[in-house]
Write a protein that binds this ligand. Sequence first.
Ligand code: HEC
Ligand code: HEC
Length: 213
Amino acid sequence: MRYGHKIIALAIALFLIGTNGAIAADELPIPADEFVFCTTCHGVQLMGNELIKAPRLSGMDAWYVEQQLQSFKNGWRGTHENDISGMEMQPMAAALKDEQIAAAARFTHLTQSPQPLETVSGNANKGRMLYATCAACHGVSGEGNQALGGPALTDLNDWYLLTQLMNYRDGSRGSHPDDTYGMQMRASIQVLSDDAAMLDVVSYINSLEGSLE
Ligand code: HEC
Ligand code: HEC
């Protein structure tokens, strides 16, 4: 299974290297031909695909998409042996030139899909208390804080939020010494003492409204 995924990832990466890249900002169609292949994993309009653990990305802030694609490309993210899903994404970003990363981020921001369904249930009241420490970097309404590198949390799949919290806790994300943002997040996870606390905080995030764009 793991091996099969790697072959698919490699095939797509090779396909990417063969394409020549740059598209002008004002000519960006949805979906941009160059980035249609992103939808093979992330779904139509990047609406997410739980089956292969590829999260919803629709409308995501371009600065954060860029931050993460660079993080994958640099090998800060998606290289830990326990990070199976991250390893599927890593070669996709590694094959992109910097200008393609910027274009992919613009494309991602322009995609639209309905809000994701809720799949996680915990105690949102307890989660509210826990979220108080998160708000500094992710915003009181979960709208994100670019100055601190903290992404919006409201438009993401809840199952993905949960997996990422566990990844930071286990060190499969945010432990590379050059990954400043990842390490800051990893340090902040300490307040979530067990799985129940993670379920609770994600349930509370489900109730937030984000930036109401
Ligand atoms: C082979 C499948 C696959 C393809 C193709 C793919 N992705 Fe991904 N992507 C994933 C998976 C799986 C994850 C979740 C990784 C994790 O759990 O850490 C992910 C994660 C991401 C993230 C991180 C989101 C976040 O909230 O931090 C971004 C951004 C992203 N992908 C953008 C893209 C873009 C843009 C493309 C096209 C250039 C693309 N992906 C193509 C599978 C894929
Ligand atoms: C000191 C600032 C800071 C605090 C406090 C903080 N975070 Fe973060 N968080 C970040 C940064 C920066 C990132 C992006 C890290 C990266 O690049 O991997 C992040 C990423 C995340 C992600 C991954 C999102 C994605 O799209 O992949 C989740 C989930 C998350 N934080 C949840 C939380 C929760 C829940 C709390 C409170 C318990 C919290 N954060 C507290 C800064 C913070």
